[in-house]
Design a protein around this ligand. Structure first.
Ligand SMILES: C[S@@+](CC[C@H](N)C(=O)[O-])C[C@H]1O[C@@H](n2cnc3c(N)ncnc32)[C@H](O)[C@@H]1O
Length: 386
């Protein structure tokens, strides 16, 4: 029987359910969404597949230990009991991060130090040497998660966060994280046979993620992962999974994807990113004002992350822009489903349309909304009194 490993995939808050669906499609068992991520289990190859194919997870963590604790010393002992030299070589650099929710101990930094000591003591006892710490670019990242009584110790199998796909060459104004964009696309229910438009595309994150889905390009196909540094790394299995992913890619996208922005410099950034992701051929890009452009088809999905700002002059500009966005939708996008993702919660009122759905999402610690508007000719207008 295959050995079962327990994993946890953190993700932007609000995307747990769609991440759970994605992981189940990849063959994960016992999929259990919780605040900020999804727990699941499966074999060793599942961890490779999740890193290679998950568009929504921020990382894939492998659970090494889960115990109750009372003191810092209990945490040291749990970490010291693990067979660290069997996991990675002493020449690898390490970093320990600690997160606590309801933890009563005084200092999370001190706990990180205790866990680092436990790892180093285990190596010293086994081979007389200890790994070095590198807080900037460690080879091996360890994560300790503490509740009031429970400690969980994970080793990060991803390394750099999974939203770093390796295709981003240029950024525009406030680019979205790639996994947040992919999760939002999934929340919209966009199907490959529906035209997709981002009329304020910036550096093109929605467009690239959509085009990669359409061409079945695995998001992790260009990058390296921390698991490649594990002693247990199975290079043949990894090569096989990667080759299968590359063979499954489509030469031609089956989807009609359109993007526009009114700023030539950000369109240049979008073009560079599309080219790096191998999807230039899958997206029609043009310079256009979102308030004036026409719909590229009779129906489809419009997705957009409009500008937002906190300074007074920005807010004055947005107070005028958002009603015009609503007006443009009513005038030219009958038959479309439109989705606005924003941290500016005033948009709901200013756009003067009735949202058919509002989803709470977090961009880092910033609370955002995804508003859905179903544009049927002559509908959706809020009365002037509302
Ligand atoms: C928050 S950014 C979008 C970022 C994008 N989602 C990304 O990941 O790079 C908003 C974009 O809206 C564009 N924009 C602002 N007003 C516009 C208008 N009237 N028509 C078209 N684009 C506009 C800006 O140039 C900017 O690129």
């Amino acid at each position: 029987m295959k050995q079962v490993f327990h994993y946890f995939a953190p993700c932007p808050r609000g995307l747990e359910t769609v991440l759970a669906q994605e992981l189940a499609e990849l063959g994960a068992q016992g999929v259990s969404p919780t605040d900020g991520g999804v727990a699941f289990h499966g074999d060793w190859a599942l961890m490779y597949r999740a890193n290679l194919h998950s568009r929504i997870a921020s990382r894939i963590l492998w659970r090494l230990a889960e115990r109750s604790y009372r003191t810092e010393d209990d945490i040291y002992k749990a970490a010291r009991a693990l067979e660290w030299p069997a996991l990675f070589d002493v020449s690898r650099t390490i970093k320990v991060a600690v997160t606590g929710v309801g933890c009563k101990l005084r200092s999370l930094d001190f706990i990180a130090l205790k866990v680092k000591d436990a790892v180093c003591d285990a190596f010293r006892a086994a081979c007389g040497e200890r790994p070095s710490v590198d807080t900037a670019m460690p080879d091996i990242r360890l994560h300790v998660f503490l509740t009031e009584r429970q400690q969980t110790l994970y080793i990060d199998t991803s390394g750099e966060a999974l939203f770093k796909r390796g295709y981003r060459r240029e950024t525009g104004d406030a680019p979205l994280r790639e996994n947040l964009a992919a999760g939002i696309l999934r929340l919209t229910g966009w199907q490959l046979d529906e035209p997709l438009l981002d009329p304020m595309c910036g550096s093109g994150t929605f467009l690239i993620e959509a085009a990669m889905m359409a061409k079945r390009i695995a998001p992790g196909r260009w990058r390296h992962f921390a698991f490649e540094r594990f002693t247990q790394f199975d290079a043949a299995l990894w090569a096989q999974l990667k080759q299968a992913a590359i063979e499954a890619e489509l030469a031609v996208s089956p989807a009609a994807i359109y993007g526009s922005d009114d700023t030539p410099a950000v369109l240049d950034a979008a073009r560079a990113n599309l080219a790096a992701a191998g999807v230039s051929d899958a997206v029609v890009l043009e310079e256009a004002d979102a308030l004036e452009r026409n719909a590229p088809a009779d129906s489809g999905v419009l997705i957009c992350n409009p500008p937002y700002g906190i300074r007074l002059e920005e807010q004055t500009w947005l107070d005028a822009l958002y009603p015009m966005l609503g007006h443009a939708l009513k005038q030219r996008f009958a038959g479309w489903r439109a989705y606005y993702f924003t941290a500016d919660l005033r948009l709901a009122k200013l756009i003067r349309l009735s949202a058919s759905k509002r989803t709470v999402l977090f961009n880092g610690s910033l609370e955002c909304r995804l508003f859905e508007y179903r544009m049927v000719a002559g509908s959706n207008r809020k009365s002037d009194a509302s």
